[in-house]
Design a protein around this ligand. Structure first.
Ligand code: FO1
Length: 312
């Protein structure tokens, strides 16, 4: 019997934090992850899947907490020597991290799907959860800014998310298809709830929702869909969420997030700092601590989110 009970949609660091909490509080195989691949890009001839890798390393317990991406205890010999050779080092690839990109690139070139490769990488890292790319089709987030259209990593890393965002496009999404693994996950007989992790809605969750069929899976889901609000007290925990919201003319509060997910979610988990917004979000809200500093915080938020979903 398929043990899957909880599906978490995630991208980036915030999502991976709650993902780890869910992974630790639920029994083996009970949680599955649908991960954004809109950040993926080709670099140095390698296929880089940052949000998949951030989740893999986090669930495997070898993520780099300080950086928020890549591996712990990393070395940088390759980058140091590449710099000396005049190669591009704006996107930092650690020596250990490179092994993962080399293996993913090798297997993609051999014709394997990103889904199959990611499952094998997860298994090799000792992860006992389904880590599912949102699609095996290429989808690329492009950020339209006052400085013109930018590929995601150019915007996010090279330019440190400084350009003023005017709109965000997910190239390829319209013709992308959900992987069969994602469709099967939504059909899991013991599925109890779907969690939209506290990732950047505009950069990390919207690419998922842009894949034809994913919105329908959420609206047709006969289980509660709960989002954890990624903004607290008018600011984002990490990354440019509130900056982008301001640039898009959106107020960084829970009601804006609820509106963004209107029609998809049955409940919203908000931080105690925003308790005044409870009852003003158009959906049932759960007020708790959503800022995750410790492992205990991650597990507690996971427990609270699951308990809240069970009341919906
Ligand atoms: N983010 C940075 O700000 N600077 C980097 O040099 C960088 C390298 C990097 C390498 C591998 C990887 O998986 C992620 C990396 N990231 C880096 C994060 C990346 O930009 C992600 O797209 C963000 O985490 C947003 O999801």
């Amino acid at each position: 019997m398929n043990p899957l009970r909880v599906l978490a949609l995630t991208g980036g660091v915030g999502g991976a934090k709650l993902g780890l909490g869910l992974y630790r509080v639920l029994e083996t195989g009970a949680v599955g992850f649908i991960v954004n691949t809109g950040d993926d890009f080709q670099h140095l001839g390698l296929h880089i899947s940052p949000d998949i890798d951030t989740l893999l390393y986090t669930l495997a317990g070898c993520n780099n907490e300080a950086l928020g991406w890549g591996r712990r205890d990393e070395t940088w010999q390759c980058m140091t020597l590449l710099e000396r050779l005049g190669g591009p080092t704006w996107f930092r690839l650690g020596d250990g991290d490179l092994a993962l990109h080399l293996e993913r690139t090798r297997r993609l070139a051999a014709g394997e799907t990103l889904t199959a490769i990611t499952a094998q990488l997860a298994s090799a890292l000792g992860i006992e959860a389904a880590v599912l790319p949102m699609s095996d089709s290429a989808v690329a987030t492009r950020v339209h800014t006052a400085d013109g259209p930018l590929d995601f990593q150019d915007y996010f890393v090279a330019r440190r998310a400084m350009p003023v965002v005017t709109s965000i496009e997910f190239c390829g999404a319209a013709t992308a298809t959900l992987s069969s693994a994602v469709a099967s996950a939504f059909a899991a007989p013991r599925l109890e709830c779907v969690v939209l992790c506290p990732s950047n809605p505009y950069l990390s969750v919207d690419p998922l929702l842009a894949i034809p069929g994913l919105r329908q899976q959420l609206t047709a889901a006969r289980v509660p869909v709960v989002a954890v609000c990624p903004v607290v007290g008018g600011s984002a925990i990490k990354g440019p969420t509130t900056k982008i919201m301001a640039e898009l003319g959106l107020s960084p509060n829970p009601a804006t997030i609820a509106r963004h997910y209107a029609g998809l979610i049955d409940g919203l988990v908000i931080d105690a700092a925003d308790a005044a917004w409870a009852g003003r979000c158009g959906v049932p809200t759960c007020v708790t601590q959503t800022v995750m500093h410790s492992l205990q915080d991650r597990e507690q938020l996971a427990q609270t989110t699951l308990a809240f979903a069970a009341t919906l």
